[in-house]
Design a protein around this ligand. Structure first.
Ligand SMILES: Nc1nc2c(ncn2[C@@H]2O[C@H](COP(=O)(O)OP(=O)(O)OP(=O)(O)O)[C@@H](O)[C@H]2O)c(=O)[nH]1
Ligand SMILES: [Mg+2]
Length: 297
């Protein structure tokens, strides 16, 4: 199944709510735009972007004489795709080894995403090593180990309670010694407002920069799409501490309304690189802005 089919199902409710407005053949008026703005806000785009997008749409519609709902819809799709276009959606993994650091609050899907991503990278012929820097609970490393086995990739772990930064150090040493292409580091879920845990993340980041100077480093912030606008606040804090290079939005197969993808990309000017559309190993899709917008509206 392609990107479009996979996300289309999860976004059915949002799409139905928005696209109902575009059905039929009538002349659009002020009331139409007001209603559209409201429906975009309800779809989790946030007040800011919803009003900006609709304002732009009114202008475009006037200039390009888009008078039918059908053509206005196409105009809106262009605007939303533009908002999502804030940088390359591909992972930059040029050095050997390259580092992918995966961060986010509790339970958003970090470990699962790592399992799926290692499967993809291994499928491309890359040698992948997982680094279990979530030492908070023993079960966390066990969970990562299960994914390592499923994806048939390597794993470095220590005992429960070990210093996460030292696990990262070990992982990097092992990767260098073994000729690994990509290290993917799992971290403990942490609330963005817990200072000591955020500092720990800063320390991990510094170890990576020290041990892998000049190497490719992707910092993927995983956000649960069903948490809506709260994801925005989390993202800003993580961005400050760890310099996020890409967003992964998970659970878009569930009750998520989808608009949060646009809100986050816009607020942070960080590209969405992947979306999670299920719990299985194949349920991670590289992000495609145009197709996402088409599925959304
Ligand atoms: N439906 C759905 N469930 C997902 C997706 N990604 C992860 N999950 C589920 O979300 C739950 C939490 O996933 P984890 O990968 O353990 O999340 P985590 O961020 O590592 O959690 P902590 O390490 O405790 O912070 C699990 O039940 C996953 O199966 C997704 O894209 N869709
Ligand atoms: Mg985890």
């Amino acid at each position: 199944m392609g990107f479009f089919e996979k996300i289309k199902k999860g976004l059915t409710k949002t799409r139905n709510a928005i696209s109902g407005l575009f059905a039929g053949d009538y002349e659009v008026d002020d009331e139409f735009y007001d209603e559209l703005e409201e429906r975009l806000i309800l779809a989790d785009l946030g007040v800011d972007i919803a009003s900006r997008a609709v304002e732009q749409l009114r202008k475009d519609a006037y200039e390009k004489m888009l008078t039918t709902p059908d053509r206005v819809r196409a105009g809106l799709a262009d605007i939303l795709t533009d908002i999502l276009d804030v940088g390359s959606t591909e992972l930059k993994l040029d050095s050997k080894p390259a580092m992918v650091l995966v961060i986010g609050v509790n339970g958003v899907g970090k470990t699962t995403t790592i399992g799926k991503l290692s499967h993809q990278l291994a499928g491309e012929g890359k040698r992948v090593l997982l680094c279990a820097a979530d030492t908070f609970r023993a079960a966390a490393a066990d969970q990562l180990e299960i994914w390592a086995n499923r994806a048939d990739v390597e794993l470095v772990r220590q005992h429960e309670g070990a210093d996460p930064a030292s696990v990262v150090y070990d992982g990097i040493s092992a990767a260098k010694a073994r000729g690994v292409d990509v290290i993917i580091t799992d971290t403990a879920g942490r609330l963005h407002n817990k200072a000591n845990l955020m500092n720990e993340l800063g320390k991990i980041s510094r170890v990576i920069d020290r041990e892998l100077p000049g190497s490719s480093k992707e910092v993927l912030l995983v956000l649960d799409a069903t948490t809506g606008q709260n994801g925005l606040i989390q993202a800003k804090q993580f961005q400050q501490i760890a310099g996020v290079t890409g967003i992964v939005l998970t659970k878009l197969d569930g009750t998520a309304k989808g608009g949060i993808v646009i809100a986050v990309a816009n607020a942070l000017q960080i590209p969405v690189k992947y979306i999670g559309v299920g719990e299985g190993i194949d349920d991670l899709m590289p992000f495609n802005a145009r197709e996402f917008v088409e599925a959304l509206i």
